[in-house]
Design a protein around this ligand. Structure first.
Ligand SMILES: NC(=O)C1=CN([C@@H]2O[C@H](COP(=O)(O)OP(=O)(O)OC[C@H]3O[C@@H](n4cnc5c(N)ncnc54)[C@H](O)[C@@H]3O)[C@@H](O)[C@H]2O)C=CC1
Ligand SMILES: O=C(O)CCC(=O)C(=O)O
Length: 526
């Protein structure tokens, strides 16, 4: 595992990577050209917000499997480019939220009470408070745009100042507003009209870039204070400077100036503006959290494990991940069986979750099934990240349905693969904590523990077939570990599933296939 760390992360994080057996190169002052020249050697890249991970980089990054963003915002990473190449992108969204929230509160207090301006005067040996009258927070209204992790933390803390809190976030439920104890504004303009202080906490997206612009500031209360600790450009800086000139905006606190990391923001010309150099996450606590978390995540992702904070995968919390872990293994195993038993190209995959599993985050189990399905037959890398892109690009329609009730089992997954009008089905369950079982193939019922080597045969349900097969395997020195028979009494046919201790040669397989009554036999490797 060769990992390039292109921006500073905490020592603890670097130590963790090395402890886990990775070769780590910390190179934080590479030029872009130098980065592009060496990126082809690495399995993983760890960045903060300055490294642009884009098409130009992906084209050179032939070995890259994981991009770790040591922090939250992923606007410096081209997600589509990563997803289509099966590169997993992980971040650490919770690790620095408190620090970002505290800097927001810090900037808010500093701007409302002119703290840096007072300090600068005194440093110049001038004791003079004139022209720097502050504003109390008590009974003022703060408008929060984006009531996610950081927005909610800011709301909770500002309540203790006796402020009224209103928020605009069309993407969260009303119950979340109630839980945080914040008044919901349906329209951004409604929020702009009532707040004394505006603070933005959205990600930078096409929709949020410039969302606080000329029109929004035009309806704001005169004397507004604007805080942006989220991303440059969410508040349009040209409109903001215009509003400072017309005194619509009285104070500004910005952690993320346009053009960062260049220290030349035009906002620095204004005495009532405070700018910090993207320092929201720059605390010992946040950096230690971020460093250790990103190290763990990058290592897990490189080992092919499912990671809770994978940005280009369905969102899973650690507990949800623990709950689905065995189903991921089961799903992948079930998927892997198809192309080893059938040769028809897949047209449609219908996945049904029944019983306990139906209540879980099943989208990720479906990805595991698709990964298992395509991985054995494709040259390109198929993993959780690109499995659904691969399915789509091959014209495979995937459907998912859920039923809360199931006969005979507490929990059951059934995969139906449809190709040229033919149907192949396989069902599996998990007994207890981690006991995986295949319980059905094409209507034949079993109770098979999936093993690395298996023989699956369809045969006529008549005396002698099993015995002859056992004899031939014995001659070939293939030891049978377990054997199960599923029968369909209606058509006098049966299916045998054998787990064996070693590989079965082509020659032995041909002999077995020639036994009178064996309709077909396949050797399966899991
Ligand atoms: N200054 C710094 O050092 C740091 C900055 N950040 C930035 O802070 C911002 C917020 O981070 P989190 O709270 O962790 O993100 P989050 O994802 O937890 O919350 C973002 C919220 O914005 C909402 N949102 C999205 N589009 C919206 C729109 N058009 N209008 C209104 N609301 C919208 C979402 O529904 C979500 O609730 C991000 O931009 C992140 O990059 C995060 C950490 C440190
Ligand atoms: O210090 C950093 O890496 C930037 C923090 C940040 O903006 C983020 O995590 O989104």
């Amino acid at each position: 595992m060769k990992i390039l760390v292109s921006e500073p992360i905490a020592e603890k994080g670097l130590e963790k990577l090395v402890q886990e057996g990775a070769t780590v190169d910390l190179k934080t002052s590479l030029t872009r050209q130098e980065l592009l020249k060496i990126i082809g050697e690495y399995d993983a890249l760890i960045v903060r917000s300055n490294t642009k991970v884009n098409e130009e980089l992906y084209q050179k990054a032939t070995q890259l499997k994981v991009v770790g963003r040591a922090g939250n915002g992923v606007d410096n990473i081209d997600m589509d480019g990563a997803t289509k190449r099966g590169i997993i992108v992980v971040n650490t969204p919770d690790s620095n939220s408190v620090s970002a929230c505290e800097l927001t509160i810090g900037l808010l207090l500093a701007t409302c009470r002119n703290i840096p301006q007072h300090h600068i005067r005194l440093k110049g040996k001038v004791w003079d408070r004139s022209g720097l009258k502050g504003m109390e927070l008590l009974d003022k209204t703060v408008g929060i745009v984006g009531l996610g992790r950081i927005g909610s933390l800011v709301a909770t803390r500002l309540k203790s100042f006796g402020m009224k809190i209103v928020a605009y976030d069309p993407y969260i439920s009303d119950s979340r507003f109630q839980h945080v104890g914040v008044e919901k504004k349906e329209k951004l303009e409604d929020l702009m009209r009532v707040c004394d202080i505006l603070t933005v906490h959205t990600p930078k997206t096409e929709e949020t870039y410039g969302m606080i612009g000329k029109e929004q500031l035009a309806v704001a209360k005169k004397g507004l204070t604007v805080i942006n600790c989220a991303r440059a450009g969410i508040v349009n800086e040209v409109a903001l400077i215009e509003a400072l000139k017309t005194k619509i905006v009285a104070r500004v606190g910005i952690d993320v100036p346009e053009g960062e990391p260049e220290p030349i923001s035009p906002l620095l010309e204004y005495d009532n503006v405070i700018v910090t150099p993207h320092a929201g996450a720059d605390t010992k606590e946040a950096q230690d959290n971020v460093g250790v978390t990103i190290a763990q995540e990058v290592i897990s992702a490189l080992r092919g494990e499912m990671v809770p904070n994978a940005v280009n995968l369905p969102t899973l919390h650690t507990q949800e991940l623990a709950a689905v872990k065995n189903y991921l293994k089961l799903g992948e195993t079930m998927g892997k069986l198809y192309y080893q038993l059938e040769k028809e190209a897949v047209e449609k995959v219908e996945i049904t979750y029944r019983g306990e599993v139906a209540a879980m985050e099943t989208s990720v189990i479906s990805l595991a099934i698709l990964k298992g399905l395509f991985e054995p037959v494709l040259k390109e890398k198929v993993n959780y990240v690109n499995a659904s892109v691969v399915a789509k690009s091959r014209g495979v329609v995937v459907t998912e349905s859920k039923e809360s009730e199931v006969d005979s089992y507490l929990t059951l997954i059934t995969v139906k693969v449809i190709s040229k009008g033919k149907e192949f089905t396989i069902s599996g369950t998990v007994f207890g904590k981690d006991d995986l079982r295949i319980v059905e193939i094409n209507g034949y019922e079993f109770d098979v523990i999936p093993m690395p080597y298996m023989l699956i045969a369809e045969n006529m349900d008549k005396p002698g077939v099993v015995g002859q097969m056992g004899t031939l395997l014995g001659v070939a020195k293939v030891n049978i570990a377990t054997m199960q028979l599923g029968r369909k009494l209606t058509d006098n046919r049966a299916m045998m599933v054998l787990t064996v201790d070693s590989e079965v040669s082509k020659e032995t397989l041909e002999f077995v296939g020639g036994v009178d009554g064996i309709l077909r036999v396949r050797f399966v490797k899991l």
